[in-house]
Design a protein around this ligand. Structure first.
Ligand SMILES: [Zn+2]
Length: 402
């Protein structure tokens, strides 16, 4: 069906070069000549690779840009109407789903408040499948893959190893079931803080390649990014900031320890101390200058600062990005947090060391879709099999309604 393109070595090189072109285009539209300059490939090679990406619906030609002399250059760009990436998040008190197109633009988003903590896995999955299908089919564009964010530690095979706030999911493989329901060969599954960190890496170049992303939901997690790569640890347990000890004999924690960060700065503890039922109401109380709300946020910030200082002293990372609920409470929580970092973190405090994730509580679900997109752009040939351009053997999930 597909013409053999030469020896295996040549195929590998071509596959690698296709990834070079699509990754270069992630920065924006470009002419073939510019692509040749940026990738170091010849213009003839670039043209041939671009034609292959056009056939795969990854790349599309733009309008010719008149340059004055000679034939106008025709820029190429990633195809916003091509296949899309799905992101899904299961959290303790909500579900979310989104779709990013190949250019990285957010095209669909849904958020649903759901009490998942004591729900059975089958019930959680049924709701998340329904939400994911709704979002996946909305644009009528094929799905190149999906990612799932969870508030827990996920093993390399997608098994939930530890999810103290969603205990029924421990030991399950929700990614496998969701993939089967969606008709996808597999789903990428990772911890919400890791995926929030990846979302920061994709969308906030100013943060740089080395940082700690802190996700402040009901659990407190950290995604560690070192030299532009996520650091997961040997078993996937790296970044468990919520269980760094603040007070050795402090309150008992779900992890079996005592006095962990989560027992002072987790969202439930914070809301209880502030006397507020949810994050929206807490934000409003803080904005209105409510003394109990301000004191609770200050306490949480201080404990988080103590825990983060320990983390920074071990890892020597220059920047902290506050995400999730902490991003929403950023102005109120940072003074106490910064005070503890200044006192306890040994490395000098640089400009922009504490920053607010603009994605807020959407970071993890967007990171889940973004991780799928990044993988696809690094290896676009892997999407449709070697050289398949007829469309007959595409593993993409075609929309059910489109
Ligand atoms: Zn703990």
């Amino acid at each position: 069906m597909t013409a053999p393109g030469g020896p295996a070595g040549q195929q590998t090189v071509r596959r690698h070069n296709l990834g070079l072109i699509s990754t270069a285009l992630a920065a924006g539209p470009s002419s073939r000549a510019e692509l040749a300059q940026r990738t170091g490939l010849t213009k003839a090679t670039v043209s041939s690779l671009v034609d292959q990406l056009i056939a795969r619906r990854i790349v599309v030609e733009g309008e010719p840009a008149a340059t004055g002399v000679g034939r106008p250059a025709r820029p190429v760009q990633l195809d916003p109407d091509g296949p899309v990436a799905l992101g899904v998040e299961i959290n303790v008190d909500y579900l979310a789903a989104c779709v990013l197109d190949l250019t990285g633009a957010l095209r669909c988003y849904r958020h649903r408040t759901v009490a998942n903590r004591s729900a059975a896995p089958a019930g959680i999955l049924a709701q998340v499948v329904a939400l994911a299908e709704e979002v996946a089919d909305e644009l009528g564009q094929p799905l190149l893959g999906g990612g799932l964010a969870l508030p827990g530690v996920v093993g390399a095979d997608g098994t939930v190893l530890r999810a103290p706030n969603l205990p029924s999911l421990t030991g399950t493989m929700p990614g496998r079931e969701l993939a089967a329901a969606l008709g996808l060969p597999e789903l990428l599954v990772d911890n919400e803080a890791n995926l929030g960190a990846l979302a920061s890496l994709r969308t906030e170049p100013a943060v740089g390649p080395d940082f700690v992303y802190v996700s402040g939901e009901i659990g407190v997690g950290a995604g560690l990014v070192v030299a532009g790569e996520l650091f997961r640890g040997v078993h996937g347990f790296a970044g468990e900031l919520g269980h760094v000890v603040v007070t050795r004999d402090g309150p008992a924690c779900g992890c079996g320890g005592q006095g962990c960060v989560e027992q002072y700065a987790g969202q439930e503890v914070l809301l209880r101390a502030a006397g507020q039922p949810d994050l929206e109401r807490l934000e409003a109380a803080v904005a209105a200058g409510d003394p109990a709300a301000l004191a609770a946020v200050e306490q949480a910030g201080s404990a988080l600062g103590v825990g983060l200082a320990s983390l920074l002293n071990v890892l020597d990372l220059p920047t902290v990005v506050l995400g999730g609920g902490y991003a929403r409470l950023f102005d109120a929580i940072t003074p106490a947090l910064a005070e503890q970092l200044d006192r306890r973190a040994l490395a000098p405090r640089g400009a922009g060391r504490l920053s607010r994730s603009p994605l807020g509580t959407d970071a993890a679900v967007r990171g889940a879709a973004g991780a799928v997109l990044d993988r696809a752009l690094r290896d676009p040939a892997g999407l449709t099999g070697s050289g398949a351009s007829s469309g007959s053997s595409t593993p993409w999930r075609t929309p059910r309604t489109g």
